[in-house]
Design a protein around this ligand. Structure first.
Ligand code: BDR
Ligand code: CA
Length: 313
């Protein structure tokens, strides 16, 4: 099985992504590392631990960066609530075990160094932990099997008109990752905005267990907070973070192009925005990364719904 470290800021869609990873049965998840992002670190690391427990795993969970490298912002409670994993009703049971000692960035570095070419990094939040690891040892870039991340987008933003939340939260960290030459694939809003579940999918998750259903109630909270759902643009919530995992499970679900991607780090309206040079000739400078531009939405939704149904049981 493919060996993964999942770096995340749970987060409702992070939860769905971890559920997909665990229930797929095709990965060996070595560690879950948490970063501040959707909520402060003490919340996201607590949630990561609760999720790992609720899914019946003993995956070690490590806490990482308390703050982005440079950017200071208010944690956005609008989409994920104050806890980062708010629910309309039942919540996950509190974790039965503790966080592992040690910093997420050091753990990522140690595990990659112990198994060069073996470990895939899945990044579902701001890139801070990975940037810290790369700053400690730039050679890590050549030892990671590959890095897949949710963030950015060529179609525009969600937190500002131009920037997507994960890359906006720590653009400098994202720039360090892009500059490192690490083999990377980006799942930005181009595809993740379309990774929505429909009403039948939500009904299946609700029907998975009679009575208290924390998984359905957690997803319901996120659905209720979706502006796109409220405006009738999509029938259900876009579970952004599930896309990189869905691709690792079945690459045929996405169309990927190799492009030269940059992230804006200068202050101003483009701060945190990603840009890609789509001219057919190879541009000078920056390395190319894979960019997901299309997806088989119903197939992705089926994978995610199956995972959440299993997680609910
Ligand atoms: C990303 O930001 C967070 O709110 C989600 O968990 C996802 O990682 C979407 O822009
Ligand atoms: Ca996330």
């Amino acid at each position: 099985p493919r060996r993964l470290i999942i770096d995340c800021d749970p987060g409702h869609d992070d939860f769905a992504a971890i559920a997909l990873a665990v229930t797929s049965g095709v990965f060996e998840i070595e560690a879950i590392t948490a970063v501040c992002g959707n909520a402060p670190l003490h919340r996201t690391s607590f949630n990561a631990l609760a999720i790992a427990d609720a899914l019946g795993t003993s995956i070690p969970v490590y806490a990482g960066a308390v703050a982005p490298l440079l950017h200071r912002y208010e944690f956005p409670a609008a989409f994920h609530g104050v806890t980062g994993l708010d629910s309309t009703g039942a919540t996950l049971p509190p974790p039965r075990r503790a966080l592992m000692p040690g910093h997420a960035a050091l753990e990522i570095l140690a595990r990659v160094n112990a198994a060069p070419g073996e470990i895939t990094l899945v990044v579902l939040g701001p890139m801070t932990n990975v940037a810290l690891a790369l700053a400690l040892d730039p050679e890590m870039a050549g030892k990671v099997k590959e890095l897949v991340f949710m963030g950015g987008g060529l179609i525009g933003g969600n937190v500002t008109p131009r920037a997507e939340f994960n890359l906006w939260a720590d653009p400098e960290a994202a720039a360090i990752m892009l500059r490192s030459g690490i083999k990377a694939t980006m799942f930005g809003l181009d595809v993740t905005n379309r990774a929505w579940l429909d009403k039948d999918d939500l009904a299946r998750i609700r029907a998975a267990v009679p009575g208290a259903n924390p998984v359905a109630d957690i997803i319901q909270f996120y659905t209720d907070r979706s502006g796109d759902v409220a405006a009738g643009r999509v029938p259900g919530p876009a579970l952004h973070d599930t896309c990189p995992l869905a691709w690792l499970i079945d690459p045929a679900l996405f169309t990927i192009e190799s492009l030269n991607v940059t992230v804006a780090t200068q202050p101003g309206p483009h701060y945190g925005a990603t840009d890609a040079d789509r001219r057919p000739w190879a541009p000078e400078g920056g390395p190319r990364i894979g960019v997901a531009l299309d997806l088989d939405r119903p197939a992705v939704a089926r994978h995610v719904t199956d995972a959440l149904v299993e997680a609910a049981r």
